[in-house]
Write a protein that binds this ligand. Structure first.
Ligand code: UD1
Length: 340
């Protein structure tokens, strides 16, 4: 029997590669497009080692309309697309905003145009909790107001959701935007995981690199917030749980469920943890020290955010299963195995 083909843009990245694994293990046939600008080709072999299946791969930048078109011409029976390919560094987006707007929005528009030409009507979009800014009420739900984005990166996610909303309203597309909270951890095989280029800006890869001795110490960005221990609170989610949410989203779309043409879902655990709780749990579970100092607040950081996930539980039949202990253990195992 032919498998259901799904195009995955950015399918060799951190979340993309874990999603490809879960899709294969759920019986789908992912086709990866990735320009390798923030990923490595060896991840493709690793996906094969985990699943026993090597997905079709195109090393293309989907900002190039003709190349994207070629992929759809080569594969004429695509059922859905998952769109991960995007730039994602908050800090960098403030330095080179136009690169972020061009890259994140043109690639999306190319994809929507080509999907429409080939009558591919189902899309899962990689959005972010950043669209909420600092919510007034916690946990934050999908009906909470969207606030003006602080970063150009956040702004591209808001604009992308809006573009998808308007295109869906024409009746040519059914789309789900998944608003991720803070993805961490790695596959339990330690064969795939996060591969930040240069100095990591996110907390977990900075912790694993510091524990490994690549970085001298971690700076905790502020301990004077209005939280129990003074450090910021986030909803950390295991990347495998996040990947599985994409499988459920595809199954939902392909079952032709739902009457809305565009819908949004929070994808988190519903739990908030402080920066110090993450460091302490990492040290206790992995029996390794993470030297750290307390520094000033980082520009643009919100104090506290965690997800209300009832909507994804009820409609997508999805719930996060992994604990914080699993996340810090898998993140550390991946760092050690990658460095070997
Ligand atoms: C940010 C973005 C989010 C994006 C994600 C992935 C915002 C508000 N958030 O999440 O949209 O999807 O990056 O790139 O735009 N921290 C330290 N020391 C460090 C690094 C981080 O104390 O060296 C703290 C931060 O202050 C924060 C927490 O750790 O409280 C998590 O930070 P990070 O991993 O960078 O994620 P977010 O900023 O939450």
């Amino acid at each position: 029997m032919n498998k259901t083909k799904i195009i995955i843009t950015g399918g060799l990245g951190f979340i993309g590669s874990h999603t490809v694994v879960e899709l294969i293990q759920s019986g789908f046939e992912p086709i990866i497009i990735d320009d390798l600008s923030n990923s490595e080709l060896f991840i493709l072999e690793r996906i094969e080692r985990i699943t026993g299946c090597k997905p079709k791969f195109y090393s293309y930048d989907i900002g190039d309309y003709n190349k994207l078109h070629q992929v759809f011409t080569d594969n004429n029976d695509i059922s859905a697309c998952i769109h991960f390919a995007a730039k994602k560094s908050v800090g960098e987006s403030m330095e080179i905003p136009l690169t972020y707007y061009r890259s994140n929005l043109i690639s999306l528009m190319n994809l929507l145009e080509v999907m429409n030409e080939f009558k591919v009507r189902k899309l899962v979009f990689s959005s972010s909790a950043t669209v909420y800014g600092q919510p007034e009420k916690l946990p934050v739900t999908e009906t909470s107001p969207i606030q003006k984005a602080l970063s150009s990166y956040g702004s591209t996610k808001q604009m992308a959701e809006d573009i998808i909303e308007k295109v869906s309203a024409t009746g040519s597309l059914q789309a789900l935007s998944l608003r991720y909270f803070n993805p961490v951890g790695a596959h339990s095989s330690s064969l795939i995981g996060e591969l930040p280029k240069g100095i990591p800006s996110n907390l977990m890869p900075f912790i694993t690199q510091t524990a490994f001795g690549i970085r001298k110490e971690l700076t905790v960005f502020g301990n004077d917030y209005n939280t129990a221990d003074g450090t910021c609170i986030r909803d950390y989610i295991h990347v495998v749980d996040l990947a599985k949410a994409h499988v459920n989203a595809c199954e939902y779309l392909l079952a032709d469920k739902g009457d809305l043409s565009h819908d949004v879902f929070n994808i988190g655990t519903g739990l908030g943890n402080s920066v110090l709780e993450i460091i302490n749990t990492f040290e206790a579970v992995n029996k390794v020290k993470v030297p750290y100092v307390i520094g000033g607040r980082r520009n643009g950081d919100v104090e506290s955010i965690y997800a209300g996930c009832d909507k994804a539980n009820q409609i997508l039949k999805w719930k996060a299963k992994y604990s914080l202990e699993d996340m810090v253990k898998d993140a550390w195992n991946w760092e050690k195995s990658y460095r070997k």
